[in-house]
Design a protein. Structure first.
Length: 303
């Protein structure tokens, strides 16, 4: 069972007891099913994903299950958020495994549209959030967030969710989506869940599977470096330049790691801080072999 160019015809998967998980790639069907759920008095939770699901996504689904009576997971590798030379064609699409994870975690509906279903003609309408998209990842991925905000708006409109669940690992995305929802008076809540990490500290990501065995051993240096930055701030350091230097020194212990940025920014505006005050977001991006890895932590010094 796998999606094709024409999208899904709906299927129904029988789970334990009488409950069923439904799968569709059709906008009309997902709208019908969520409307039925709402008429039955159920709150609707959406977990938007590009598939290649892992324990981090499972934690979002579990949060949605606890909060909402009806849970939708979208599986859609969105072409409009990939730039030239990025990994759209190679992005993992283990569809059968994704469905199995959704079954295990109590998803009600999987929405797995084709690109033709989501973008049936040339897209002329875009949702753009200015300012905060120009920092961090936006510097090297100029049209990425326009694709993210547009597809999220489409998903919110299609599903009609009450709450959408995102992971803190994608901190800038969370800030951007929250601002978009607030600015456009969208009637939903954005709930950000903690980053899920492997035992050695590496933030769980679908792109981790690009790493070779040696690269996988090296990758946890990113979180180790972030922790060193946190230790400095908690010990009283207020100069962001000194913190950046320390983080960079730790990351340089892995010569193969190509640092894209190390930034200390305001958690809401994403602007660089000149002096570390109360709360600061430490965010990094680096390339290790074929994988672009991002991670972050928020440090509240209490000052």
């Amino acid at each position: 069972m796998s999606p094709n160019a024409s999208g899904w015809r709906s299927v129904e998967i029988v789970l334990k007891g009488a409950r069923r998980m439904r799968v569709t790639g059709k906008i009309a069907e997902i709208r019908q099913w969520t409307a039925e759920a709402r008429a039955a008095g159920k709150g609707i939770g959406l977990v938007p994903t590009m598939g290649a699901l892992h324990v981090g996504h499972a934690s979002l689904i579990d949060a949605a299950r606890r909060r909402c009576g009806f849970v939708v997971v979208s599986l859609f590798v969105n072409p409009t958020q990939f730039g030239p030379g990025e990994d759209f064609d190679n992005y993992p699409r283990p569809f059968e495994r994704d469905l199995a994870l959704c079954e295990q975690h109590g998803v009600d509906v999987v929405f797995a549209p084709s690109a033709a279903e989501m973008y049936p003609r040339e897209n002329l309408s875009w949702v753009t959030v200015s300012g905060i998209t120009e920092h961090l990842c936006g510097r090297s991925r100029p049209n990425h967030f326009r694709g993210v905000t547009t597809v999220c708006t489409k998903l919110f409109n299609i599903v009609g969710c009450d709450v959408a669940f995102f992971g803190q690992k994608d901190a800038q995305q969370c800030v951007v989506i929250r601002r978009m929802v607030a600015d456009l008076n969208m009637p939903l809540e954005i709930l950000v869940c903690p980053t899920v990490r492997e035992a050695d500290g590496l933030a769980v990501s679908s792109r981790n599977q690009y790493l070779s065995a040696q690269q996988r051993k090296d990758a946890p240096i990113i979180y180790e470096a972030l922790k060193k930055g946190r230790e400095m701030i908690e010990a009283g350091e207020t100069d962001p330049a000194r913190v950046r230097e320390r983080i960079e020194a730790v990351m340089r212990r892995v010569p193969a790691l190509q640092i894209e940025y190390i930034s200390l920014v305001d958690p809401e505006t994403l602007e660089d801080v000149k002096r570390i005050g109360r709360a600061v977001l430490i965010a990094v991006a680096a390339r290790l072999g074929p994988a672009r890895l991002i991670d972050n932590i928020v440090v509240d010094s209490g000052r």
